[in-house]
Design a protein around this ligand. Structure first.
Ligand SMILES: [Zn+2]
Length: 383
């Protein structure tokens, strides 16, 4: 069985060792077993380590029974001496996030009696699902206390208590475990069964930031980032706020008020624009020469309701069918209104002439037409 050095020293990032075996793992990958390893296999919500064994890139690490499988992109030879090196910055970020999760879940459990029932460390952030709801104020309280745990730089230890000791020990995650139980303790804040490597002091976790929370399966899903990931997230959001603030000539802390003001201005502008368009269309209708026959009107960019109002108003100027259409070549909307002809009975023929789809009542039909402008005008002449 492989010696698991990540349990002896969670800061060990490399080992010179020997390849025990290498088997195809599907999809052009290989599963390599080493005599000793610093690669932690996926478990307890934490992804498997990545890195290199010799020149072969390790894209994942998985557990199979008692063995640790290093999933590589190239084969290695059994018996070869190799240097195995993990991507330690990635591992450090995972340990920061995982440690932050323990502290937050410990506080949530102690303060509110809720349990962590789902934990996922993704590429964007980590999520924790609790079996009860916590509002934003409660989460702010938890976040503050969690950061105090960081500032106090408490020790984090991993131990294997005896069965007798476990009987009297109060710890989280009791249900999911079988066999020898590894207990990770954040002094003064959390005791939890966990199989992952951890940092030695809470100060190394850095800031613990609760980002978002949503109601989830009768409880709450909390999004969290810690340490370097939280710093990256802060920088990305800071740049976004800085850019918005500059464009709106607003202090950064007041961008929400500036955006609200912009939204109000935009709504007022839209209302004024709609009013002016209505006035313009009314003037256009007024300028139409009355006719006993059909009318064919085109306006390039009318909305569906505007087109209908325009056609209804213009229909007063004609004795036949008033056909209004809007849009671009081969992609028109139309509205036809008549007080003298039964449009419903004509709609099939009209649609055939203009490659259209649509229908309506005897007085009005509406739809779309995939023809050009001349075809539309010809159609109105023919009907
Ligand atoms: Zn854990």
């Amino acid at each position: 069985m492989t010696r698991k050095l990540y349990y002896e020293d969670s800061y060990a990032d490399r080992v010179s060792t020997e390849v025990i075996s290498c088997e195809p793992y599907g999809d052009g990958k290989f599963a390599v077993i080493l005599k000793e390893t610093v690669f932690f296999p996926e478990g307890g919500g934490q992804p498997g380590d990545t890195g290199h064994i010799g020149d072969a890139r390790v894209v994942d690490t998985q557990e199979s029974g008692d063995e640790v499988l290093h999933i590589t992109e190239a084969p290695l030879k059994a018996g070869d001496k190799v240097d195995a090196v993990i991507d330690f910055t990635r591992r450090l970020r995972l340990m920061q996030n995982h440690g932050g999760e323990h502290i937050v879940s410990g506080i949530v459990n102690r303060r509110y009696g809720l349990n962590n029932v789902g934990f996922h460390m993704g590429s964007e952030d980590i999520t924790i699902d609790y079996d009860g709801f916590l509002d934003r104020d409660a989460l702010r309280t938890v976040e503050y206390e969690a950061n105090l745990a960081v500032i106090k730089n408490m020790r984090i230890t991993a131990t294997y208590p005896s069965d007798e000791e476990l009987l009297t020990l109060h710890y989280r995650s009791k249900k999911v475990l079988t066999g020898k139980i590894r207990i990770v303790t954040v002094e003064g804040f959390d005791v939890c069964a966990c199989c992952a490597p951890h940092l030695s002091h809470t100060g190394e976790i850095g800031i613990i930031k609760i980002l978002d929370s949503v109601k989830y399966k009768g409880g709450v899903r909390v999004h969290l980032q810690c340490g370097l990931d939280a710093l990256d997230d802060y920088n990305a959001k800071y740049e976004a706020v800085r850019s918005i603030a500059t464009r709106l000539s607003s202090p950064q802390g007041k961008v929400d008020a500036a955006v609200l003001h912009l939204e109000e201005e935009f709504a007022a502008c839209r209302a004024r624009c709609a009013r002016l368009r209505d006035e313009l269309l009314a003037l256009k209708v007024e300028s139409i020469e009355p006719t006993d026959g059909n009318l064919c009107l085109f306006e390039p960019d009318l909305g569906t309701d505007e087109l209908m109002r325009f056609a209804i108003a213009a229909a007063e100027k004609c004795g036949g069918i008033c056909a209004a259409f809007s849009g671009e070549d081969m992609n028109y909307r139309y509205c036809m209104v008549s007080r003298t002809r039964d449009l419903r009975s004509m709609s099939r023929d009209i649609n055939a002439l203009i490659c259209g789809k649509g229908g309506g009542s005897a007085e009005m039909i509406r739809g779309t037409a995939a023809c050009d402008r001349d075809t539309f005008a010809d159609c109105i002449r023919k009907i």
